[in-house]
Design a protein around this ligand. Structure first.
Ligand code: ZN
Ligand code: FE
Length: 256
């Protein structure tokens, strides 16, 4: 049975530890120090590193981890990350016998060109693609690419546990409420997530079902979202992709 724990790092990153049989794999280690002390405290051995994309806050700790632990580093083939030893494309298999787990890579470009997500055991590690009630910025891809990537993730089973890399949830919810002020599930979610943060708890994991019900970037077919985007763009938006592109632009300009 796998157990997942959050190792908080940097400003607002979570490094996810996937634990089984006294070993663990970590996802997106932006910093080594919190992982090394965490491993010691929990008497766990590091057996693998998984990376979603090339940004420094996701890979910055790998060299220091490798200096102490000789482990495979899985990551996107397309991003030219020097420390990746097991490059993955769409459908690539991540077999982790030490923790008795197996994941598949999903190609989800948009935030970066080669961004991948890891899916298996009802768990999704999606880096900076899908956030709780939000989505990543478009740095290298196009809005239509990121929209397609998010749609692929949205098609996973509703009960899938969503582990993204950043604690951006409250800010994302503030934006979402502006888009869809009458969404009762979103209003209820705002209350629950604020309560978690007040108690110092992560708002993650989320689920695909909760994201489908509350995340504006997965709800571009909803009339309220479309109307909010049209009011901003001051033109009719006839496809979900067009609504998504405007919504992403609105989020870029959004200040709480
Ligand atoms: Zn990033
Ligand atoms: Fe990031």
């Amino acid at each position: 049975m796998l157990r997942i724990e959050a190792i908080p790092a940097l400003q607002d990153n979570y490094i996810w530890a996937i634990i089984g049989n006294g070993c663990c794999a970590v996802v997106d280690p932006g910093d080594a120090a919190p992982i090394l002390s965490w491993l010691q405290r929990h008497a766990l051995r590091l057996s693998a590193i998984l990376v979603t994309h090339r940004h420094d806050d996701h890979i910055g700790g790998i060299a220091d981890l490798l200096a102490r632990h000789e482990v495979p580093v899985y990551g996107p083939a397309l991003e030219g990350i020097a420390v990746v030893s097991q490059p993955l494309d769409e459908g690539g298999c991540v077999a982790l016998p030490e923790i008795d787990a197996e994941f598949r890579a999903m190609s989800v470009p948009g935030h970066t060109r080669g961004h991948i997500a890891y899916y298996g055991h009802g768990l999704l590690f999606c880096g900076d693609t899908l956030f709780a009630c939000g989505c990543g910025r478009i740095f290298e891809g196009t809005a239509s690419q990121l929209h397609d990537s998010l749609q692929r993730l949205a098609a996973l089973p509703g009960e899938t546990q969503v582990y993204c890399t950043h604690e951006y949830t409250l800010g994302n919810i503030a934006f979402a409420l502006g888009m869809e002020p009458d969404n009762t599930q979103l209003i209820e979610r705002a209350r629950q997530e604020q309560d978690k943060r007040m108690r110092g708890l992560p708002t993650l994991p989320s689920t695909i079902a909760l994201e489908l019900a509350t995340n504006p970037f997965l709800r571009c077919r909803e009339p309220a979202i479309r109307q909010a985007a049209e009011a901003y763009a001051q033109r009719p938006l006839t496809t979900p992709e067009a609504v998504f592109a405007v919504a992403r632009e609105m989020k870029n300009q959004f200040r709480q």
